[in-house]
Design a protein around this ligand. Sequence first.
Ligand code: B12
Length: 446
Amino acid sequence: MVSADKIIDTAVKEKVDIIGLSGLITPSLDEMVHVASEMERRGLKIPLLIGGATTSKIHTAVKIAPAYSCSVIHVVDASRSVPVVSTLLSPDESAGYSSKTREEYDKIREQHLKNQSEKILIGINDARQNKLKTDWVSFTAAQPAFTGVKVLNDYPLDKLKEFIDWTPFFMAWEIKGKYPAVLEHPKYGSEAKKLFDDANKLLDKIITEKSLHANGVFGIFPANTIGDDDIEVYTDENRNGVLSVLHTLRSQTPKQDALPNLALADFIAPKNSGVKDFIGAFAVTAGIGIEKLIDEFTRQHDDYNSIMVKALADRLAEAFAENLHQLVRKKYWGYAPDENYSNQDLIKENYRGIRPAPGYPAQPDHTEKLIIFEMLNAEKNTSVKLTENLAMYPAASVSGLYFSHPQAKYFNVGKIGKDQVLDYHKRKGMSMPETEKWLKPVLAYE
Ligand code: B12
């Protein structure tokens, strides 16, 4: 979220020993390579640490390390940064550690190149031949009770509290284990309980004082698949006017046991089937007002509550996505009016339909967020902004699509071949370099 110049200028001004970069979603990966090459260009001689959910040792070795001649080290877990930093700053150990890491990364790079050439994918046309087989003739699409766009602003936070999945909350605090069992864990149960109590106290305070606000928007639209992998979204039920075209990516991994090579488009009836199908889209946030809360805690040097409020806002955003999806299934789309699942069933996704988000394994292309945001007029309707790297701001935000097909499920597109990328860039009207930039983590040939 901060420019390379600002990072490097600050590092130089403050005479820092080390720079650390953290990356949550794919677009950060390229930005990290850019920061590394800027550090090289400006002649910096300090180590660079890399971490965050979307980063990996392979990406660091293959892409970032070659851009900077000083130490570049991937640290898998923040707690590991203490020994890594001590070693890097120790006059006796630093040089040895740096050259050992370089050697290790050189090997990873060689191995990676070898693996790339060995990776076998099927051609995109063969993958399309093996799409999900659905009998569209006998298929009746779920008729939505409502079509169009609906805004749900200042959504009640106490309602969202019921939908919180607490397991990732503990993950954010580096406590591994499933909620509620984690509260009884022999080793970190007492720590987990304290966190849980503190979180609930702060959450109740936020709810009473209305210091965070949740905004959401969703839409349900007439839609059909066109070609094999794109979804045409119509302005109205006449299906004459096209509102948008959504693009999906298809798995090209060879399949066994008659398993299909899926793309999300498989879950929407093709236009030529004559079936009048529908798709939904949503964008939610629970982070409106968070800067003020964080500023207050930062002023009081209260890191604990500053992290806590971010972790809670993230949980509320996910809870909002879950709650809204349920409302859509039961009421607005209404294909499952009698669904009666507990919070635990919702977490296990036992219900009919899915809500994949751009960036997740079933649609790794973050640029599809631009289309969703336009369909929903999401920036205006929710105050969530898409940054130039297509991250959402406030951070505690989620956006995605709704599919109601009974066979709709989450899957992993995995690596894709150049044949698909060439086709995809044309369908999207996006240049090939730009397409390859956004699809970097799934390219089989880079
Ligand atoms: C919590 C979470 C969210 C939350 C909070 C996001 C946020 N603001 O932080 C919510 C629900 C809001 C969310 C939303 C989205 N998410 Co999300 N999310 C996660 C999840 C489940 C956990 C991430 C996390 O916080 N972990 C806990 C922290 C403590 O771990 P961490 O970030 O890995 O950091 C640790 C280490 O990596 C390391 N570390 C991190 N940085 C650094 C830096 C240095 C220098 C060092 C030394 C170490 C270090 O130390 C930390 C502690 O050990 C991951 C999946 C996963 N299991 O990782 C997906 C994930 C990160 N999300 C993902 C995506 C796609 C999204 C969305 C784009 C989806 C969407 N379309 O709405 C949005 C984007 C939000 C935005 N603002 O733009 C993808 C990213 C994939 C990709 N390659 O791009 C992931 C990987 C899920 C997946 N498997 O596909 N998400």
